[in-house]
Design a protein around this ligand. Structure first.
Ligand SMILES: *[C@@H]1O[C@H](CO)[C@@H](O)[C@H](O)[C@H]1NC(C)=O
Ligand SMILES: *[C@@H]1O[C@H](CO)[C@@H](O)[C@H](O)[C@H]1NC(C)=O
Length: 374
């Protein structure tokens, strides 16, 4: 199963590598790219009360800066009529997309550049709510059935390459439930232009310290889930792909302990989620891989283990987490058997936070480096 998944995504990846080498994007290094909430991205600008029928927004252009279609509710966080409770982590207001409803906004971007959207989304009633995100012709379906944090408001990163100078960003509830208002709650949408990450002679790994990634929402203490099955060319975590079924979490130093720099990855889904990168290597040549394993000082205790695979070698790195933000360096020597070598990491075990059994957590991965051995 794992092997099949790996080889399928490897094929896609190879195709995308070939693609990207023939259509290299315009240089973006000197630009000062926009980063932050979309206009009314936290939905704090309300519709006029005359455009609200109880909570339902009436009129396609009644939600400031957004266009809506179908049954969209304007929600204030907290207890709701009917006994439900909606946690709104970013500000006070959010929108809820009912059966087949969508919201969209048209924004200026730089054609050919890579962007990541960051948005906070949670399911409200059905078990299997799916949020479809689309920008231009690129579409992704995020299943919201797995709750990674128990206080609502999981935050996701989703990447796209702008196919024109103006794109329409759309969030769509594709589901149909018996209760037509049932559907995902969205409470913040931000965007960031990402810088292309290149390998160097000293480190073949692109973005090995996970410093480049989606915008970290101002007050978000949740980290950002990088969903699985993203292509290398559009990954919101440049250079890296997430394999298998579940997400990995991008965490920032403002709310988590990270070993180096401003960001790292938390492997929150055990063996169900692997983070990987395909390196350009020389057949028969030997390399040294080093990486750092630790804990995010977020109440994630216990015996952890990170497994790494590269070329013909593999290593299991145990780490005893006391949730003090400790870390250690691990290493592996491997020999490349072809011009492409896949580097893969996952957590051997599943962990939940000690004071919050609903929140998945796990070991932290940072400072991944591969250099040729003399
Ligand atoms: C962040 O949280 C603090 C404390 O809850 C609040 O006062 C502040 O307004 C929030 N900032 C934003 C941008 O939401
Ligand atoms: C990988 O291949 C190299 C060269 O053939 C060999 O020296 C090394 O022992 C191998 N490593 C493992 C873990 O098999």
């Amino acid at each position: 199963m794992m092997a099949a998944l790996f080889s399928v995504s490897f094929g896609l990846l190879l195709a995308s590598l070939l693609f990207s080498s023939t259509t290299s994007a315009a240089p973006t290094r000197n630009a000062t790219p926009f980063e932050g909430l979309l206009p009314n991205g936290n939905f704090e600008q309300s519709p006029k009360s005359s455009n609200l029928k109880k909570t339902v927004i009436v009129g396609k252009y009644s939600l400031p800066r957004w266009e809506i279609n179908g049954l969209v509710e304007y929600i204030s966080g907290g207890p709701q009529p009917g006994g439900m409770y909606f946690a709104v982590a970013h500000g006070v207001h959010a929108v809820r997309l009912g059966n087949e409803a969508l919201i969209s906004q048209t924004i200026p971007v730089k054609k050919g550049a890579l962007y990541a959207l960051t948005f906070s989304a949670s399911r409200t009633c059905a078990q299997d709510e799916v949020l479809r995100v689309s920008v231009g012709l690129q579409t992704g379906d995020l299943p919201l059935q797995t709750l990674y944090s128990s206080n609502g408001g999981d935050t996701y990163g989703w990447g796209f390459v702008a196919d024109s100078d103006v794109v329409k960003v759309t969030f769509h509830n594709t589901g149909v439930q018996e209760d037509p208002t049932c559907g995902p709650l969205i409470d913040a949408v931000a965007i960031k232009q990402l810088q292309e990450q290149l390998p160097t002679r000293a480190n073949l790994v692109r973005n090995g310290g996970f410093e480049e990634g989606p915008h970290r929402l101002f007050n978000s203490s949740h980290g950002i889930l990088i969903p699985p099955k993203q292509l290398d060319t559009t990954s919101p975590l440049p250079g890296w792909i997430v394999e298998s079924l579940k997400a990995v979490k991008f965490i920032g130093s403002k709310h988590f302990k990270v070993p180096y720099g401003l960001a790292a990855i938390e492997l929150v889904a055990g063996r169900e989620s692997a983070i990987a990168q395909v390196l350009r290597t020389a057949t028969g040549k030997s390399y040294s891989l080093t990486f750092v394993v630790g804990d995010a000082q977020n109440g994630c205790h216990g015996s952890m283990m990170v497994e790494a695979f590269a070329g013909n070698a593999t290593v299991k790195v145990p780490f005893e987490s006391k949730s003090l933000g400790g870390f250690k360096t691990a290493s592996l020597k491997f020999t490349a058997s072809s011009a492409r070598t896949r580097l893969t990491f996952f957590s051997s075990f599943y962990h939940t936070r000690i004071h919050d059994y609903g929140s998945l957590c796990g070991p932290v991965l940072d400072q991944v480096k591969v250099s040729p051995l003399p």
